[in-house]
Design a protein around this ligand. Structure first.
Ligand SMILES: NC(=O)c1ccc[n+]([C@@H]2O[C@H](COP(=O)([O-])OP(=O)(O)OC[C@H]3O[C@@H](n4cnc5c(N)ncnc54)[C@H](O)[C@@H]3O)[C@@H](O)[C@H]2O)c1
Length: 374
């Protein structure tokens, strides 16, 4: 059957005349979705993949099977084992690269392998040309290292990523709306507290407003709070005194729904992450004040608190949009076009250690290509 989507990724490789790099290998930490499969299969033809570590909470067995059919090693640790598995597998790949005289590219989501390289395999840093990274979370990891010894090229600090952020926010709200409907709950006319008014949070706030939800925004950055005021939202300067939200969305990439916040969230509220990993909500603090739990939906657990309140935790604190279809593939693929462009930027240009977003000129190529094919 003719594919429904245009071949954005193949066309990207053609337009930039991507060539094979026989002396380089990839170590990959990625989500395992159909769109990432297309990306990995394409890149594998140019920079062979030694190992893919699947990010556990987004794994898809058919994607694993397709990668293994190509002879690619795939490991799918639980989220708790992810960091340790990356250390171990990266060590093995570095040993093989040393033995075979190859150099290595880290290709990842979330900065796991750049951290593992600097903290556990520093003796092999000379083998690593650099990292290509998709997320801000991964850029924040690189920024947090005491000294960055390799270049990290990213498509996380680009204008197209900001465009994608709006769609992520909408996907978060759509995913939660589906769950709420399955529970018989209408969003309209209810209140939400939304913590983190960045690229994703702003998209979610707009999507909630379109569904008739009265949104109050909180952010640690006062400029973002001013932005929310100007965009017409209620704002909260602290996490207490927020009225009576029925839904609390953490969209910051850090721990925004913390113990102080949990202490004042009204009875019967839902706790929802729209960021990444499971650190947006202080799950330890929630567990410490919980006297019993009951599953009320495939993706929702009711927490009966010691003080008598009941809070509903969505998707165990992981992003709600990982429960079903999220951002449409054709949106994600303009970012993957950018990621493909980072490969020659890294392997041909050999930048010095540092953090570099894709250039505006290259980003324009990705945007034109997307408009041409769509
Ligand atoms: N769920 C998904 O599919 C998905 C997709 C893309 C990005 N993300 C994640 O979403 C998160 C946000 O991304 P973004 O592009 O909007 O980032 P951003 O930097 O644009 O926005 C984050 C905002 O949160 C604020 N913030 C930081 N700590 C806070 C706290 N403790 N309380 C309240 N606000 C706080 C910051 O000031 C900033 O305004 C990141 O973790 C990113 O990796 C998730």
């Amino acid at each position: 059957m003719t594919p429904i989507l245009p071949d954005f990724l193949g066309e990207t490789a053609r337009r930039i005349a991507l060539k094979p790099y026989p002396n380089a290998r990839q170590f990959v930490v990625q989500h395992l979705y159909p769109d990432t499969l297309r990306l990995l299969l394409l890149l594998h033809r140019f920079v062979p993949i030694e190992c893919v570590i699947g990010i556990g909470y987004s794994g898809n067995p058919s994607v694993v099977a397709s990668l293994e059919n190509e002879g690619i090693r795939v490991v799918t640790p639980s989220y708790d084992d992810l960091a340790g598995t990356v250390v171990e597998e990266l060590g093995d790949v570095l040993e093989r690269c040393r033995r075979d005289g190859l150099e290595l590219v880290l290709h990842e989501v979330g900065g796991y392998s750049i951290k593992a390289l600097h903290e556990s395999h520093v003796e092999h840093i000379d083998l690593v040309v650099g990292a290509i990274e998709v997320t801000k979370q991964g850029v924040w990891v690189a920024e947090s290292l005491p000294e960055l010894h390799i270049p990290q090229l990213n498509c996380a600090q680009t204008r197209l990523k900001q465009v994608e952020g709006k769609m992520v926010g909408e996907a978060v709200v759509a995913a939660f709306d589906t769950i709420a409907r399955e529970l018989g709950i209408a969003l309209t006319g209810r209140r939400a507290l939304l913590l983190g008014y960045g690229w994703v949070g702003k998209g979610a706030a707009e999507a909630l407003r379109l569904r008739g939800v009265e949104v109050t925004v909180g952010d640690v950055d006062p400029v973002k709070v001013v932005n929310a005021v100007v965009d017409g939202f209620q704002v909260s300067r602290t996490t207490s005194g927020v009225g009576a939200p029925a839904f609390v969305f953490g969209m910051s990439g850090f721990q925004s729904v913390d113990a102080d916040c949990l202490a004042v969230i009204p009875d019967n509220s839902f706790l929802i992450s729209g960021a990444s990993k499971n650190h947006e909500i202080d799950l330890g603090a929630l567990a410490a004040c919980t006297r019993g739990t009951a599953r009320v939906h495939q993706h929702v657990v009711a927490h009966e608190l010691n003080d008598g309140r009941r809070l509903f935790l969505v998707n165990d604190g992981y992003p709600v949009n990982f429960t079903g279809s999220s951002v449409p593939d054709e949106i994600v693929e303009f970012l993957f076009s950018e990621l493909i462009m980072l490969v020659p930027e890294l392997l041909d240009r050999r930048p010095a250690p540092g953090i570099y977003p894709l250039s505006d000129e290259m980003e324009a190529v990705a945007a034109e290509l997307w408009l041409d094919l769509r």
